[in-house]
Design a protein around this ligand. Structure first.
Ligand code: ADP
Ligand code: MG
Length: 329
């Protein structure tokens, strides 16, 4: 079917093919891209198994409409890279399905430059996509490689395994609240740090790869620690006990929101894109060592237990069962 071509209001606005050529088509140094942008499909050379993931960002749902195109590109790639990280996959290629209200050259230029720059940081190549007119929506599909037997799946956790989380949690939820102006924070440096964490999360790609053969299960935190832990547990057929006194909470979050609200956001706030993973107790040292080589911190926040409940404790005392995080429906 002929596509709806995004054309701006100006008569000189570029058409679909100019947009693809001028903003998205680039020479690739990747010898495994046998055929990139321009044909009906890309041809990629692979040996072994691939990991495939896709994520959509809709204006007003996944990002606030005022977000700059450069940050938007970075965020779109980061949330998708996070899925690769959570599988322990090496990201390689991606496609971009872009829906635009109009062909705004300045917007396209800023968006595409940032997208190519972020992709370059991870040695990723854009190999295809689609372009349509409509409300601003960005869908990326990522393809990565990982030996199937080493992939970090959600279903490998066993009762007795330790539960770890990388980095700090709750920051993105804090950043979102600041952006939505639900709260004021006089500490500008801390506030900016939290907003950055929401808009441009750091996908834990090398951490995921380093955890191959060490972690028993993994998931990335997109909907909130308790919700995503519940998913990992459901897939693995176990429960978990989390001690909220052990949650890694940043100084910035505490400075802006205080301790209690920080803990609440760390448990239930989404969009952190940290890795939540499990490992047998005997692997504790290997976990810490493998990640510290990458300058990534990991905190042991609890353990897997028999049953299917996710229990929250505070310094060993039972508080409640976990509340669900964000869902769209
Ligand atoms: P078709 O009609 O066969 O689907 P298109 O006209 O949609 O082809 O796309 C032409 C080529 O440009 C394809 O190789 C496609 O992958 C690529 N492409 C389209 N949109 C984008 C985009 N936003 N980013 C990168 N490549 C794109
Ligand atoms: Mg198409």
């Amino acid at each position: 079917m002929a596509p709806e071509v995004p054309r701006g209001h100006s008569p000189s606005a570029p058409g679909e093919f100019e947009i693809i050529r001028d903003f998205f088509q680039r020479q690739s140094a990747d010898a495994d891209v046998l055929l990139g942008i321009g044909d009906d499909a890309a041809l990629l050379q692979v040996s072994g198994s691939i990991a495939v993931a896709t994520d959509t960002l809709v204006a007003g749902v996944h990002f606030l409409t005022g977000m700059s195109p450069a940050r938007l590109a970075q965020r779109a790639l980061a949330v998708n890279l996070s899925d690769m990280a959570a599988m322990g996959a090496q990201p390689r290629w991606f496609t971009l399905a872009l829906t635009l209200p109009n062909a705004d050259v300045d917007w396209l230029s800023a968006f595409s430059m940032s997208l190519h720059a972020s992709a370059g940081e991870y040695q990723m190549t854009l190999v295809g996509g689609d372009l349509t007119r409509g409300p601003l929506t960005i869908t990326l599909q990522l393809i990565g490689t990982v030996p199937a037997e080493l992939a970090l799946r959600r279903d490998g956790a066993r009762s007795g395994d330790l539960v770890f989380v990388t980095g700090t949690v709750g920051d993105a939820a804090g950043g979102l609240r600041l952006l939505q102006q639900q709260v004021e924070c006089d500490d500008r440096a801390s506030a900016n740090e939290l907003v950055d964490r929401f808009e441009c999360p750091t996908p834990r790609v090398s951490a995921g790869i380093a955890l191959r053969g060490i972690a028993s299960a993994a998931i990335d935190i997109s909907d909130g620690l308790s919700a995503d832990l519940a998913r990992l547990c459901a897939a693995s057929g176990c429960g978990a006990r989390v001690d909220m006194a052990k949650l890694p909470i940043s100084d910035a979050l505490q400075a802006c929101f205080g301790k209690d609200a920080s803990i609440e956001m760390a448990m239930t706030g989404g969009d952190d894109y940290e890795l939540l993973f499990t490992a047998a107790p005997a692997e504790r040292e290997r976990v810490i060592t493998a990640l510290s080589l990458l300058d990534v911190t990991a905190e042991c926040i609890g353990e897997c237990i028999a049953g299917n409940a996710v229990n929250i404790h505070n310094n060993g005392r039972y508080i409640s069962d976990a509340k669900p995080g964000y869902t769209h429906f």
